[in-house]
Design a protein around this ligand. Structure first.
Ligand code: SAM
Length: 280
């Protein structure tokens, strides 16, 4: 294992005071960074992409586990820290500086690709939704979210946390919560609990459907989650051959008096397909 200074020293030397605007909560516990790295399959093949390496605790664990890593970090104060790690692992770490929202992660490094990250909470969900546009470009996503988002990603139907994000993620991926991390493990501690979630993209989505239509349907259905589907889907059905929410539900084989949160991912796909058929 190459000799690198302790993370706390590295942070002090770089004057890396946590910047709230960048969602900076650093994970300095080597047991936890090691545990995240060990939960990722196939690390020694292709490219492991890490968004927001910060002072590089997780980066070190990934390299130690045999990964070739490409990082994307917005904070220029991390540049020298990451350069020092790159020197300790020659040819294994490429550090890009910039906003991960403007980077095509599916084009970084060589396949097979996977993303492992302690995500900045303010852009975590947005990043995941973008990566899911091209989900099969990645072998897996192992991501830390605030627990409330992790619960939405993993929620089964008929639970309060089940919503648009659950349907989209579970349609495209096998989604599993791995473990929780106490706020005290971070410097500075966030106000909320965190959970590591692993998403493994399916070769094919759970059921055929057009993503755009599925997203319109779930937006309408969960936008009025207390209403019956015949009511909440009225606007999306209007102007199609099915004309109203009740007929749209019947065409999809779904009970029009059901509420959004009781529907399975497959049933949402059936509604999306019935809507596309009705549009001709
Ligand atoms: N991976 C480090 C760790 O576990 O200690 C830091 C995690 S911290 C929660 C989030 C990191 O993402 C910070 O280093 C922050 O500067 C970086 N970041 C925030 N917004 C970003 C963005 N849009 N693109 C790239 N990095 C970003």
């Amino acid at each position: 294992m190459p000799e690198l200074p302790p993370l706390r020293d590295v942070i002090a030397r770089a004057g890396l005071l946590a910047d709230k605007r960048l969602g900076q909560h650093f994970l300095l516990d080597l047991n936890l960074t090691g545990r995240i790295a060990r939960s990722v399959a196939n690390l020694s093949h292709g490219t492991t992409i890490e968004i927001g390496p910060g002072p590089g605790g997780l980066t070190r664990a990934l390299l130690e586990a045999g990964a070739t890593v490409v990082t994307v970090e917005k904070d220029p104060r991390c540049r020298a820290i990451l350069a020092e790690i790159a020197e300790a692992y020659p040819g294994r770490l490429t550090s890009l500086e910039g906003d991960a929202l403007s980077v095509d992660a599916g084009a970084l490094g060589t396949a097979p690709r996977r993303i492992v990250s302690n995500l900045p909470y303010n852009v975590g969900t947005e990043l995941l939704i973008r990566w899911l546009e091209n989900a099969t470009a990645f072998e897996s996503f192992t991501l830390m979210f605030q627990t409330e988002v992790a619960m939405r990603l993993t929620a089964p139907a008929d639970t309060g946390a089940y919503g648009r994000l659950s349907v989209l993620a579970q349609w495209l991926c096998d989604v599993n919560p791995l473990f929780h991390i106490n706020p005290k493990a971070f410097t500075p501690p966030p106000l909320v609990q965190s959970t590591v979630v692993q998403l493994v993209p399916r070769k094919e989505p759970l059921a055929p459907a057009r993503r755009e239509t599925l997203e319109r349907v779930t937006a309408a259905a969960f936008g009025q989650r207390r209403k019956m589907l015949r009511q909440s889907l009225m606007a999306v059905a209007a102007g199609t051959a099915l004309a109203d929410g009740e007929r749209l539900c019947r065409a999809a084989g779904v009970e029009p008096t059901a509420r959004a949160e009781t529907l399975s991912v497959r049933q949402f796909c059936a509604i999306a397909n019935a809507l596309d058929m009705a549009k001709g």
